[in-house]
Design a protein around this ligand. Structure first.
Ligand SMILES: *[C@@H]1O[C@H](CO)[C@@H](O)[C@H](O)[C@H]1NC(C)=O
Length: 398
């Protein structure tokens, strides 16, 4: 980089930082799927669904990365009403420009395998990981539970925009979107032309059926409510679950053995969302003794760390029981993190996390293109010095 002689040192540093940032992310405008409204494929508030599309270029014009946004779930009328007029329930409340980076970067050095693909971020506004379908709309609340219809309508729109000619496609997503990519993986493959290379990536979407610190089945009860409220059962893939409750096929560990499309599971073994909401949710910790530990793993007591090690053991056995297929990819690091593919610092940078000397970007690219399989599980915390562990603000709510 050449700077004018008049440029002072501090100015040079600032402009270098700005140009670095612009290499790492760029903004992509929103597209509303107005035609979906007539099909009843709408957000919680009845507004049209939306996505952000960055067109492919060069050799990537017929390759499609379809990334599903995350954002938890709403499990009953109260919580669905609470999100109805937010960006997670209404396209009217979504920002019109979204920053793309990490697996979404359009720079070859920052994203070697996917930089020139068509890149789509599907906005999340149904609260059910795109599984709901209830015909009736209660006039008192005007809540629409139509996530499964939204998924179909958005895919139809993308197929019409060229995805019907896809040669390579990857359905991806993080958190509730990572769960979506598991639950819809085979459906997605059936939509895209036969003969194309179709795969799915779940980033931080492997939510396990574990008891909380009091022994209560908190996440199971929550998922039961999600599935019941949204009428999701008919849209969930078949699964072999020991449970008989409505939410049984909402758990990846029971669904993944039946998924026939190759799937990559990227997850931290100490997933920060799962620690906060499955292992030690607020209701299970009325005195807040987990408060500091949930914000920053370095603040956990030795007793809490032991509980977290047990959680990791449970996580790994749920995974082992379900991810045995030779086409499955695994990158399970021992970080306190949640979603590692969409930020440049965790996806691919000089200091980004590695497992077996391999970055997340390289592991997923190698697996996608069959350059080599990748199935690695980290040694337990705190052995991994490459983590970008999350430290949350006090007011942060997952
Ligand atoms: C709805 O779900 C929330 C979160 O699980 C819970 O706190 C609340 O009591 C539920 N409300 C109703 C009306 O069931």
């Amino acid at each position: 980089m050449v700077f004018a002689q008049s440029c002072t040192l501090i100015y040079c540093i600032i402009s270098a930082l700005i140009s670095l940032r612009s290499v790492e992310s760029y903004f992509v405008g929103i597209t509303y799927v107005e035609s979906a409204v007539a099909k009843g494929a709408v957000c919680l508030d009845g507004s049209p669904p939306a996505y952000h599309l960055s067109p492919g270029f060069g050799s990537g014009v017929n390759n499609w990365l379809v990334q599903i946004e995350g954002g938890g779930w709403c499990n009953n009328v109260t919580t669905c009403l609470a999100r109805k007029n937010t960006r997670l329930g209404s396209s009217k409340a979504m920002v019109k420009q979204l920053a793309f980076s990490g697996i979404f970067s359009n720079k070859q050095n920052a994203n070697p395998d996917f930089y020139n693909w068509n890149k789509v971020k599907v906005r999340y506004c149904d609260g059910s990981s795109f599984t709901g379908d209830v015909e009736r709309v209660d006039p008192a609340t005007n809540l629409h539970y139509r996530g499964a219809r939204v998924f179909q309508a958005v895919m139809d729109d993308l197929l019409a925009k060229g995805m019907n000619k896809a040669q390579n496609a990857l359905l991806s997503g993080c958190s509730a979107g990572g769960l979506t990519s598991i639950l819809h993986c085979d459906k997605f493959r059936a939509l895209v032309p036969a003969g194309a290379r179709i795969r799915c990536l779940s980033d931080a979407g492997f939510f396990i059926n574990a008891k909380d610190i009091t022994g209560a089945e908190h996440i199971k009860a929550f998922y039961d409510d999600v599935v019941t409220t949204h009428g999701s059962s008919k849209n969930l893939p078949s699964c072999s679950s020991p449970l008989s409750s409505p939410g049984k096929c909402f758990f990846p560990q029971y669904v993944v053995p039946q998924v026939s499309t190759p799937l990559f599971i990227l997850n931290a073994a100490y997933d920060s969302w799962q620690v906060k909401n499955i292992l030690a949710p607020g209701v299970a910790d009325p005195h807040g003794s987990w408060h500091d530990c949930k914000l920053d793993i370095k603040q956990c007591s030795s007793v809490q760390l032991t509980t977290m090690q047990d959680f990791r053991t449970e996580f790994l056995s749920a995974l082992a029981a379900s991810a045995g297929s030779s086409t499955t990819g695994l990158f399970i690091n021992s970080c306190y993190a949640h979603c590692q593919s969409e930020t440049q610092e965790t996806w691919l940078r000089s200091d980004s996390p590695v497992l077996g000397d391999t970055t997340i970007a390289k592991a997923i690219g190698d697996w996608y293109f069959d350059r080599r399989p990748f199935k690695k599980i980290d040694c337990p915390y705190p052995c991994d010095k490459t983590c970008h562990n999350r430290i949350f603000e006090d007011h942060y709510e997952a």
